[in-house]
Design a protein around this ligand. Structure first.
Ligand code: C5P
Length: 314
């Protein structure tokens, strides 16, 4: 009964523009295992996507170009070293198409902030160029391309709340009743180098009184199921926090200021220097953000909600 004609499921090139929104990530639990021979650390982490977004627009072009506005403009290199350019080239190679696109980034996620901004932009590029070039690749195929670009790319394609293993690239979603969590994000002046923070942790662990490692994420996952911010707050943890604090002692002032401002809990996000604080609800988050701003310990304090979906066309 079906008429002959073009198959509607067949992916076709898009005339553009394709606009993709991608969230930042925080780690509710970041357990760091030993350094592996390949230079990465074995992780067990609980990823959580929050409502701080970058936006990538892809238009048709006869070469590959990248422009940007917002956070980090003038600091972030827009050449072949940029993760967006590398993501576009890797996808084009995989899809056997020329890497032609005009890409524009509107950035809100701070550079080198411990919020996976670079991986987020790579994830957005994969989604945008897949559609622009009509490749029709699955999210799993895109995640495979993305894992080579940054450990957090597969998670940022999926979003939500998820368990990460391997060096972070192996992601499995955590199925839970939908609960919205309220966060305050304290953005620092300047960034921290992720490899430097991991190296500092290795150094602390080789010293006489190493920081106690977190262990597995079971307690955190059980805490999430109780849907009580106080319970979740008590279960948050980050093995990289002592290393980030060692490299940036002022972060202790940020964590203290968040506590003074009434946050339920606070921790360094990923490798830092961003700190995140858990609040009971949206109004409480506003008050904590105001307290942090008042204390003058960070460049900006913004509220955010999680979980959020991963990179997707808007
Ligand atoms: O994968 P990504 O590029 O985000 O990682 C940046 C750096 O962080 C790695 O080159 C490595 O030095 C460090 N890292 C690590 N163990 C991980 C993830 C990242 O040591 N699991």
């Amino acid at each position: 009964t079906e008429a002959w004609g073009p198959d509607d499921d067949e992916p076709r090139p898009h005339h553009g523009p394709v606009k993709v929104r991608v969230p930042a990530k925080i780690n509710l639990h970041l357990g760091v295992g030993p350094l592996r021979p390949d230079g990465y650390h074995e992780l067990n982490t609980v990823y959580h996507a929050i409502s701080l977004f970058d936006e990538l627009t892809a238009r048709r072009g006869d070469t590959l170009t990248l422009t940007m506005e917002g956070e980090g403009t003038g600091e972030l290199e827009l050449d072949e070293s940029n993760l967006i350019i590398r993501a576009a080239r890797a996808l084009a190679a995989r899809g056997r198409v020329p890497a032609y696109a005009r890409l524009h980034l509107r950035k809100s996620i701070p550079l080198a902030g411990g919020l996976a901004g670079g991986s987020a932009d790579a994830a957005a590029t994969l989604i945008a160029c897949d559609m622009l070039w009509g490749l029709g690749m699955s999210r799993d195929d895109l995640a495979e391309v993305g894992a080579e670009l940054g450990s957090d790319v597969p998670f940022l394609l999926h979003g939500g709340t998820a368990l990460g293993t391997g060096h972070g690239e192996a992601v499995s979603p955590i199925l839970a009743r939908p609960t919205t969590w309220h966060w305050v994000v304290a953005i620092a002046d300047g960034g921290l180098s992720t490899p430097a923070v991991y190296r500092e942790l290795d150094r602390l662990r080789a010293a006489s009184s190493p920081p106690e490692p977190l262990g597995g994420p079971d307690e955190l996952m059980a805490a999430m199921r109780q849907r009580d911010p106080k319970v979740l707050g008590a279960a948050l943890g980050n093995d990289l926090q002592p290393a980030a604090l060692a490299l940036r002692p002022q972060l202790a002032d940020v964590l203290n200021a968040g506590q003074e401002a009434g946050a339920i809990a606070g921790l360094v996000s990923g490798s830092g220097p961003t700190c995140v604080f858990l609040a009971a609800d949206a109004n409480h988050a506003q008050r904590v953000a105001a307290g942090l701003t008042e204390a003058g310990v960070c460049r900006a304090a913004v509220t955010a909600r999680g979980p959020q979906p991963g990179a997707r066309v808007i």
